[in-house]
Design a protein around this ligand. Structure first.
Ligand code: SF4
Length: 114
């Protein structure tokens, strides 16, 4: 779901090649991709900069610090969302567990009958 990242299928490549060589599984390995404040952060070996999807969805930058982190320049977005939730301005939605069917439904695809 991150822009520009493809994830090969085992129908097209062996698992070893997918894991070690594909862009999708290697773009965010290690710490060379990190920007500040993560690059020089002493916590980076513990949390790896946080969640890439969360960073992308909340900031538009999948290589930025997870905005949940108070060192992120976008941390105010998370704090605003928390304040909004505490103010009662958010309508609670039921939790949807990940499954093939639910993922396709959330992506706007019609579930298959298989
Ligand atoms: S997300 Fe925050 S704590 Fe984690 S590496 Fe980046 S700056 Fe450090």
């Amino acid at each position: 779901m991150l822009p520009g990242l493809g994830f090969p299928s085992v129908h097209d490549a062996c698992l070893e090649a997918i894991w070690y060589e594909s862009e999708g599984f290697n773009r965010f390995r290690g710490d060379e991709w990190m920007k500040e404040p993560c690059r020089s952060c002493p916590e980076k070996a513990k949390d790896f900069g946080g969640c890439r999807w969360q960073a992308y969805l909340l900031t538009g930058d999948p290589a930025g610090a997870d905005p949940v982190c108070d060192l992120s320049p976008h941390h105010d977005r998370v704090m605003a969302a928390v304040a909004q939730a505490h103010a009662g301005n958010v309508v609670a939605k039921p939790m949807v567990f990940r499954s093939n069917r639910n993922s396709r439904a959330l992506a706007g695809e019609r579930p298959s009958s298989a």
